[in-house]
Design a binder for this molecule. Structure first.
Ligand code: ADP
Length: 672
């Protein structure tokens, strides 16, 4: 019996696990780092213990400390969530040797699947179909490259210890091999402390379909159908759904049985996921098995009506599975969208900051929000930038999709850049609506998806300009404009406005990394009259409106809309069903841009660590050539040359920590 459960994790998954534990009357213990002292998962737990400083290595990965606290507090079982210690065989063993139940598979099963290459060998023997590739121990570059050359390009390099798309690189031809291998190895070493690689044939149009399996300690195993996780960016899932659209019952059963075969081959117990690539002709290949609860498990819960955490706890107590294969039914359709603090337009770079406004959609049995944050919380550089998972259910895919779009529309977040607009774009995109899903979906439709995002932002400029003007009139945002104060520009006038004045001003707003411009003509407006002329490109809009509390009422060319807005320092957030924009107002540049040698491109995009200099000081580089690699939020980011030129010097050495915004290097344009 489990009476007291320690959740060795943070964020949404810690909250998710505790929710079920509470329903079952199980007492909960949270663990937290210094950065998370006020986090939601800590508040939810009956007891909580501090593990140490923010970096995971010094807190959430301290298995020894966690066990020590568990013993002191009389904990019967530890749920590891996903990530952190969830797939750490040593930790599973440590639990066992201390008489604490590890809510997960036996250590031997984790070990067997912990290395992608070893896992492939086991599956090959068990007769589970594999993607052609090299998964041997010989790690010499020449051996790896030879296997790629023989297989034919494109190939995919994968970290044997990998996960979450880290340590993975596509290689399209022979000449790219060495650079890609080095980058993949570096990323793998940084994330997993190991740089063992495998080489696989890269399938160009596969779907990612995975099977949820469950096994107990009595030899029973069932599959809870499949999830389609094809829509990804940088090999990381963004929208998942269950069941997989257009999946025949015949393939579902064959894949389900192959997944059980895979689980039985390693004497699996508990919740696991067997990932397959499904090719266009209906053939499928084993990719890997995740020996934990997945991020996307809620879509399975929605279509089966089962609580997978409850199943996990029951199996961990030694009970038989709650249901047989025949008793499990698949009902309706479910989507999960991962809400991230990131900037899709800037290569999905993680965004950090304080969540000044956090308004999730209304929840019901049809709309579920799994989150670990509350308004006012910080999205820091230390952990994954996922803010929440939005999960919906519908009788059919079409109904569920419509519900997803509406719920995304109701999700309003200010303070960090989010991917919500992008998710809405994807979910309303014709190919997505038609379920034409492959893992290359985002890349393939990249131009169309982003062109629309940009058009959308442009269309919102009149409302954004109106908000800025009205807010300035209220006099609440003096600091916004004082900061960039320029006396001759009325845009920066903080005092009273002249009624019926006749000046025009250029309004520049920054959305993510991109600037947008509008001209505002004050001939019509001012202190007393209530309308302005806003010119965006070739279009002219007559705008008027008012603000009250956090509501903006905007009338644009006679059409009334209502918005929620947030303002903090110089950041505005503007929201309604169709609008999710975080922006700041920019001072006009009075400098002479011709003399800019481009150094502004070399600011660190965020707090992080320098990984490598790819050139030497004094070295000539070509436009677009990568010159420096930094790591932030466990992802590598390359800084590339904006033009042909010379790197004069680097300000930080590999291994050094840098603050976001710090100048990283000195660069001279070839033609300056
Ligand atoms: P991770 O453990 O890092 O998540 P996976 O092995 O699960 O890595 O692969 C992640 C994603 O990469 C898959 O969902 C798929 O989109 C893509 N992928 C993996 N292997 C291949 C392959 N051989 N060909 C094409 N795409 C692949």
């Amino acid at each position: 019996m489990i009476n007291k459960l320690l959740v060795a994790n943070r964020g949404e998954i810690a909250c998710r696990v505790m929710k079920t534990a509470k329903l079952l009357g199980i007492q909960t213990v949270a663990v937290y780092s210094d950065a998370d002292a006020n986090a939601r998962h800590v508040a939810m737990a009956d007891e909580a213990v501090n593990l140490g400083p923010a970096p995971s290595k010094e807190s959430y990965l301290r298995g020894d400390l966690i066990i020590e606290h568990a013993k002191t507090l009389g904990v019967d079982a530890i749920h590891p969530g996903y990530g952190f210690l969830s797939e750490n065989a040593e930790f599973a063993n440590l639990c066992k040797s201390n008489n604490i139940i590890f809510v997960g598979p036996p250590a031997s099963a984790i070990e067997a699947m912990g290395s992608k290459s070893a896992a492939k060998r086991i599956m090959e023997e068990a007769g589970v179909p594999l993607v052609p590739g090299y998964h041997g121990d010989d790690q010499q570059e020449s051996t790896l490259k030879k296997s790629a050359d023989e297989m034919g390009y494109p190939v995919l390099l994968k970290a044997a210890a990998g996960g979450g798309g880290k340590g993975m690189r596509q290689v399209w031809n022979e000449s790219e091999f060495t650079q890609a291998l080095n980058a993949a190895k570096r990323e793998s070493m940084a994330s997993f402390g190991d740089d063992h690689m495998l080489v696989e044939k890269y399938l160009t149009r596969p779907r990612h379909v995975e099977i949820q399996v469950f096994c107990d300690s009595h030899g029973n195993g069932v599959y809870l159908f499949e999830r389609d996780c094809s829509v990804q960016r940088r090999h990381q899932k963004i929208i998942e759904e269950a069941p997989a659209p257009n999946m025949s019952q015949e393939i579902r059963e064959r894949m389900g049985e192959a997944a059980i075969l895979a689980a039985k081959a390693i004497n699996y117990e508990g919740a696991g996921t067997v990932e397959f690539l499904l090719d266009e002709d209906g053939s499928f290949y084993f990719m890997e098995m995740n020996t934990r609860l997945q991020v996307e498990h809620p879509v399975t819960e929605m279509i089966t009506g089962e609580d997978l955490v409850q199943w996990q706890l029951s199996v961990a107590e030694g009970n038989a599975l709650p249901k047989t294969q025949q008793e499990l039914t698949l009902n309706g359709h479910s989507f999960e969208a991962r809400i991230y603090a990131e900037d899709p337009a800037n290569n999905f770079l993680p965004s950090t900051g304080t969540l000044h406004l956090l308004q999730p959609p209304e929840q019901s049995s049809l709309v579920r929000v799994d989150t670990g944050v509350i308004q006012g919380d910080e999205v820091s550089v230390y952990y994954d930038p996922m803010i929440a998972k939005l999960v919906v259910w519908g009788e059919s895919r079409d109904i569920a999709l419509k519900r997803l779009l509406h719920a995304l529309g109701d999700y309003h977040i200010a303070g960090v850049t989010t991917n919500i607009e992008f998710l809405k774009r994807v979910a309303s995109f014709s190919a997505f609506q038609a379920a034409e899903l492959t893992t290359t979906f985002v890349d393939k439709h990249n131009d169309a998806l982003f062109a629309e995002v940009k058009r959308d932002t442009q269309a919102k400029l009149p409302a954004m300009a109106l908000l800025a003007i009205l807010h300035r009139r209220l006099g609440k945002s003096m600091d916004v404009f004082d900061k960039h104060s320029h006396e001759s520009s009325p845009w920066f006038t903080t005092g009273a406005w002249r009624a019926n004045s006749t000046y025009k001003e250029q309004v520049t707003v920054l959305v993510g990394e991109e600037e947008f411009h509008a001209k505002v003509n004050h001939t019509l407006g001012g202190e007393t009259s209530e309308a302005w002329e806003v010119v965006v490109g070739d279009n002219t809009f007559i705008v008027s409106g008012s603000i009250n509390n956090h509501q903006l009422r905007a009338n644009i060319n006679g059409i009334e809309s209502r918005y929620t807005f947030a303002v903090k320092d110089d950041e505005f957030g503007l929201f309604n069903q169709d609008t999710h924009i975080n922006f700041s107002v920019v001072a006009p540049s009075h400098g002479d841009d011709d003399h800019n040698n481009g150094n502004s491109n070399f600011d660190a995009p965020m707090n992080g660590t320098i990984v490598a200099h790819l050139v030497k000081p004094g070295e000539q580089v070509k436009k677009g050539e990568p010159i420096l690699v930094m790591e932030a939020m466990k992802m590598e980011h390359s800084i590339t040359a904006p033009s042909d030129g010379v790197v004069d010097s680097f300000y930080f050495e590999p291994g050094e920590l840098v603050d976001g915004g710090a100048l990283l290097l000195e660069f001279t344009n070839a033609d300056s």
